[in-house]
Design a protein around this ligand. Structure first.
Ligand SMILES: [Zn+2]
Ligand SMILES: [Zn+2]
Length: 248
């Protein structure tokens, strides 16, 4: 299948997927949101840095960046590499209003979260990295907010306890409209998020931050430091996908 030719904004597809148990991507019969064949085509982030989950060639190493300056978050959950079908689906949500792909993606992330926290404490609070208000206006919605809402629903269905609380007003605010990360060089990306975010609201002791994709990790690191400064004792990072380094 050519993933780039996926059609978008199909209300009927959502209907079929929910009520007729069809795969959200290819319409084949499916037990879950995706059929076996689409599931097998997902770019799992198998070999990665122990701490920041940067895709690497060998498993369970600590990458050069983490050896030099270990990011302040406690753990990072990043089950996929930002490539192939995952990249197509996320782009489709962001740029083509393919919002019906949110459900299969958050469904996949919730499976990985349940596994990750099977022997760990769940965070008390879930925040998301927001887009700047002008970008939200341009696209008509904030994709990380929509994903967080769906993710919480998925977790609620699957957990026998309440999932982390999502505050009515997300305390993380984007105050500076930086250029889109994907249009910047690595050097520019590392520079750009400085002071782009601010906090406004009550922060729990153990917080999780959600973002759809982590590229250099500088945005997440920036937000983590803000939260720690505001009194959080532990910050966990939840992303759907991690961008592989260009040289990988
Ligand atoms: Zn399928
Ligand atoms: Zn690392």
């Amino acid at each position: 299948m050519d993933w780039k030719k996926l059609s978008t904004t199909k209300i009927t597809q959502v209907y079929k997927s929910i009520f007729l148990n069809q795969c959200y991507i290819c319409n084949a019969k499916a037990q879950s949101t995706l059929c076996n064949s689409c599931n097998e085509g997902l770019p799992a982030n198998l070999n990665h840095c122990q701490h920041c989950k940067r895709p690497t060639h060998s498993a369970d190493i600590l990458c050069g960046n983490c050896q030099t300056s270990r990011p302040a978050y406690h753990i990072c959950v990043a089950p996929y590499r930002f490539e192939g079908i995952i990249k197509t689906l996320i782009h489709s949500i962001k740029f083509n209003q393919g919002i019906h792909y949110i459900r299969p993606l958050t469904h996949l992330l919730s499976e990985h979260l349940i596994e990750s926290y099977s022997t760990d404490h769940w965070p008390e609070q879930l925040l998301y990295v927001p887009s700047h208000p002008s970008r939200i206006k341009e696209r008509g919605f904030c994709q990380t907010k929509a994903m967080t809402t769906q993710l919480t629903k998925d977790l609620k269905e699957r957990l026998d306890k309440n999932p982390p609380t999502v505050p009515k007003k997300n305390p993380l605010k984007k105050i500076k409209n930086t250029l889109a990360q994907h249009s910047l060089s690595r050097k520019e990306r590392l520079k750009s998020p400085q002071s782009s975010y601010q906090l406004d609201g009550t922060i729990a002791k153990h917080v999780a931050i959600f973002d759809d994709v982590m590229t250099t990790g500088s945005t997440i690191e920036n937000c983590t430091k803000l939260l720690l400064k505001a009194g959080a004792e532990r910050v966990d990072v939840w992303v759907i996908a991690r961008t592989p380094d260009k040289e990988n």
